[in-house]
Structure formats: structure tokens, C-alpha cells
Design a binder for this molecule. Structure first.
Ligand code: BG6
Length: 502
């Protein structure tokens, strides 16, 4: 894929996401000369702004959120910036948007032509996705023209709140856009360390032969956060951890850990293999209720030395909310490779620290020649794929201590991304934007995956919608702990998995 000229049209341009993430990412790409020669950025929103007022707003955003902000460079970028006011549900605004984009292309050659290519980025609440997508279609902005280049649409999760709504959203997007034009973001996929999982597994000969039920005891996938819900309680209380983290990021990490090697590194070949993983997910057995699932909600406590309130006391959270802020799920994949191997998937807010990692625990050695010879137990090999804060690959194994008496201890092999000294890495949003401009869907969800993962989670979510069930089964945990004790009963290795320093 190559970097093509285009107009980047951001809906929700006066919102938080644009100021904090999108614009700083675009600025950084521009500063590092990674943007195509011809591009313009068109902010779109309901708030009335002229081009200049919008430029001022974006400058302020960059001064706050872009490191190394350079005023000289800003002036060059500012001339490529425009703003268009519209009501999201009025077609006329979209028609005049189309006109403005055409005029800009015609009149402002200095910024390079966009060749009619348009990237529509929906940085708006998901309730607006359908309205905007439909109007883009009706205004003729969604159809690739004979001469007029490509339109693409970018949406962020949540992709619906259950299987039927995910299907409805997809039908709405597909009314005007084809699958190759739709980019469903999962920012975890854009992390260097997450992209590296497939490289580690499939660009080396030594891991794949062991990567199966014969040698692996369990896989633990962890995204622990120390933050609470912050100012997003309105959204979070209707979502909970299962919709907020599991349906998207955690399921992607599961697929990357468990998939088989694709025959080639192309978006659809890779996504085919992920889909196979989702198809093999053993359906959650609601009869067993909470045998494979622990849900929790944080109480008040101390996180990183700071006293924090209980979830139910957070602003905009109902006092009787039973929304889970922590979940550990034991999942199984019914296929030859993984039969019987538990995947412990854990995520929660207000935990002791922010730690994202995948831990692969290998089986015990089949027989110890050292029984009765050394006192230490022989620990199982463990491979840590660190995502945050340690961006590492870290492998534990047993070795002889250099000493006259025979003595074993666990030691490790280590690779740190940051220490490798290879060029600057792209931030998640920079990578996402670049890939959209290049039309590379590798790091984006395909609809079959969205539906299969919603399908898997729906029985669990329905169980959670039952108030009585939640009253009985939602465990309270202290903010600043590692979650409810029941999590360590479900997965006794959890504490070591999450706290082992790498
Ligand atoms: C988002 C969730 O998708 O991911 C947030 O909505 C969560 O609740 C965030 O905090 C975590 O992302 P990261 O990159 O900080 O691990």
C-alpha cells in the first residue's frame, strides 16, 4: 500500500478526541514528513467556526498536547486546515461539504491536490455513526468515482452494544460503503508490542512447534489499569468492562496469541486466521454461571498513594450501579491446537498498577532427574510478552547457579523494545491514520470478527443484565488491589502473572 493524497475530514472536530489524539497525531506525522504531499484537513462539526477560529483552536490543542510544538511548522500546516459547520442530520450540510472539498481541490493547488480521495473520520459519539454514514452516502460522498478517487470511513469502538446492534450498525455502514472502505479501529492493534506478537511467533522457528496444548499449560492475557472511569462514567456505566475492553482489545490479544500462521502477511489472510480463532471459542456455558467468570466492581481505596472513591460514588454513576469494572474470564478454544488449555483473560480498572501483558506458561518437565538432589522446585518456563509499561519479551528458565553445590534458580532472557535503539516508533493514532491513508486494513476489525466476538459475549452480557444475578455475583474489590480474591481462586497464577517484574 502507498501513501496517497487525500482530504482528511474529521467529524466531531471540536471534540476531545480530535484535540487530544487525532490532531497531535496528524501534526507529528506532518513534522516527520510522513504525510502525503497533497493533503488537507477539514474539521466538521455543529459548533459554528470559521476556518481561522478553528485553526486557533487546533493550535491551542497542539500547544497543550503535542510535544515539541514548533510555531514555524504550525503556520505551514495551518494553511491546510479548514472547517465546515453542519447539522449531522441535515443533508444539505453534506452537499455543501462536498462542494467545498471540490473547490479546495480546484483552487488551492499549493497544498497539493487530494485527487478526490477522502478519509471520513468519525470522532463523534457512536449514536451518530448511522446518521453520518447515511448522509455521506446520500450526498454522493461515499461512492468511489470513476475519476474522483476513494472515500473511506473510520469508526471507533463500540461497534454496537450487542450482536443485533452490531449487525444494525454494519448494515447502516454497508448501505453506503463497501467493506474495503470501512476501517474499524482497535488502537491496541497499533501498539508496536502488539504488532510484534505475530513477528515473534511466526518470524522465528523456535516458538511455533511449542505453541500448543502439548507444551503450554495456560495463557494469561492481562490489561490492568490503575485509572478509574474518569469523566466517561456516562458511557462506561452502560458498557462495563466486558463491552469496554473484552469485545475489542482483549479479543484481539486472544486472537494474536492463539491464531495459526497465515500463509501471507496480508490483511485478509491475517484476519481469516483470527476469525478461525473466534469460531473455535467454546460457547460460554450459562448453566455453569460463574465457574469460569469473576466479575468485580471497585470500592474506595488508595491507588499510587492517592485516595480514590468507590465506583458507585463516581460522578454520573448511579448509587446502585452493578456495572462490572473488573472481569476475569476463563475461555477455551475447541480445536486441535488448544483443546483443554485455559486462556485467562483479565481486565479491570482501579487496580494496583497499569500493566498489559500476555503470559504464556509452559508445562512442567515430565520427569525430574534432580529429585532428591536439589531442594528447589523446578519452576515452569514462562514467556512474558510485555505491552505496558515494560515493552519486552522476557523468558524465564531454570539454570544452575555458579556455586560448588548444585543449586538451581530461575533466570531470564530479555529483549526490550526501547533498548533496541531502532528508530522512533509511531504512536497508536499515528499508525492508525497512516494505515487508513494507505488503505491497509491489517490493524482493523473485520465485521465477521466483530459479530463472532459479540456472539460469544452476548450470553455473558445477558446474564449480567439480570440484577438479581449481579447482586449475588458481583464482587467488591478495594481500589489499589489486584481485584477480587475470587480472581486468584479462578486463576491461582494471576498474582504472579501480573506482578512479576520483567
Ligand atoms: C479504551 C477503553 O478503549 O482503552 C478505556 O475505552 C481504556 O476504558 C483504554 O482505559 C486503555 O487503553 P490503553 O492504551 O491505555 O491500554
Amino acid at each position: 500500500p502507498k501513501l496517497e493524497p487525500c482530504a482528511i475530514v474529521i467529524f466531531g472536530a471540536t471534540g476531545d478526541l480530535t484535540s487530544r489524539k487525532l490532531f497531535p497525531a496528524l501534526y507529528k506525522l506532518y513534522a516527520s514528513e510522513d504525510m502525503p504531499d497533497g493533503f488537507v484537513i477539514m474539521g466538521v462539526g455543529r459548533t459554528e467556526y470559521g476556518d481561522d477560529a478553528f485553526r486557533d483552536k487546533m493550535r491551542e490543542a497542539l500547544e497543550e498536547f503535542a510535544p515539541n510544538f514548533d510555531h514555524g511548522l504550525w503556520h505551514k500546516l495551518a494553511s491546510r486546515l479548514y472547517y465546515h459547520t453542519l447539522e449531522y442530520d441535515e443533508l444539505d450540510g453534506y452537499k455543501s461539504l462536498e462542494k467545498r472539498l471540490q473547490e479546495i481541490d480546484k483552487n488551492e493547488k499549493a497544498n497539493g491536490e487530494t485527487q478526490g480521495n477522502r478519509l471520513f473520520y468519525l470522532a463523534v459519539p457512536p449514536e451518530l455513526y448511522t446518521t453520518i454514514a447515511n448522509h455521506l452516502g446520500d450526498a454522493g460522498l461515499a461512492a468511489p468515482g470513476q475519476e474522483s478517487g476513494w472515500p473511506r470511513i473510520v469508526v471507533e469502538k463500540p461497534f454496537g452494544h450487542d450482536l443485533p446492534s452490531a449487525r444494525e450498525l454494519d448494515a447502516a455502514l454497508h448501505r453506503s460503503f463497501s467493506e474495503s472502505q470501512i476501517f474499524r479501529i482497535d488502537h491496541y492493534l497499533a501498539k508496536e508490542t502488539v504488532q510484534n506478537i505475530l513477528m515473534l511467533r511466526f518470524a522465528n522457528a523456535i516458538f511455533e512447534p511449542l505453541w500448543n496444548r502439548n507444551y503450554i499449560d495456560y495463557v494469561s492475557i492481562i490489561a490492568a489499569e490503575s485509572l478509574g472511569v474518569g469523566h466517561r462514567a456516562g458511557y462506561y456505566d452502560t458498557a462495563g468492562v466486558l463491552r469496554d475492553m473484552f469485545q475489542n482489545h482483549m479479543m484481539q490479544l486472544l486472537a494474536l496469541s492463539a491464531m495459526s500462521p497465515p500463509s501471507s502477511f496480508h490483511a485478509d489472510r491475517v484476519r481469516d486466521e483470527k476469525t478461525r480463532v473466534y469460531r473455535s471459542l467454546r460457547p460460554f456455558d450459562v448453566e455453569r454461571e460463574f465457574k469460569d467468570l469473576v466479575l468485580g466492581q471497585y470500592m474506595s481505596g488508595t491507588v499510587h498513594g492517592e485516595k480514590v472513591p468507590a465506583y458507585r460514588k463516581e460522578k454520573n454513576v448511579p448509587e446502585d450501579s452493578n456495572t462490572p469494572t473488573f472481569a476475569m474470564l476463563r475461555a477455551y478454544l475447541d480445536n486441535w491446537r488448544w483443546q483443554g488449555v485455559p486462556f485467562y483473560i483479565t481486565s479491570g480498572k482501579r487496580l494496583a498498577d497499569k500493566v498489559s501483558r500476555i503470559v504464556v506458561q509452559f508445562k512442567e518437565i515430565p520427569h525430574s532427574m534432580l529429585r532428591g538432589v536439589v531442594e528447589q522446585s523446578i519452576e515452569q518456563n514462562k514467556l512474558f510478552l510485555g505491552i505496558y509499561p515494560d515493552e519486552v519479551i522476557h523468558m524465564y528458565f531454570m539454570a544452575k547457579q555458579p556455586a560448588p553445590l548444585l543449586c538451581l534458580s530461575p533466570v531470564y532472557m530479555h529483549y526490550g523494545f526501547k533498548e533496541s535503539g531502532v528508530g522512533p516508533e509511531l504512536e497508536a493514532y499515528e499508525k492508525v491514520l497512516l494505515d487508513c491513508i494507505m488503505g491497509d486494513q491489517m490493524l482493523f476489525w473485520r465485521q465477521d470478527g466483530v459479530e463472532l466476538t459479540w456472539g460469544f459475549l452476548t450470553p455473558i452480557l445477558e446474564m449480567c443484565d439480570d440484577c438479581g444475578t449481579m447482586e449475588r455475583h458481583l464482587h467488591r474489590y478495594k481500589a489499589g488491589s489486584w481485584g477480587p480474591n475470587e480472581a486468584c481462586e479462578l486463576h491461582p497464577g494471576f498474582f504472579a502473572d501480573v506482578t512479576t517484574s520483567t
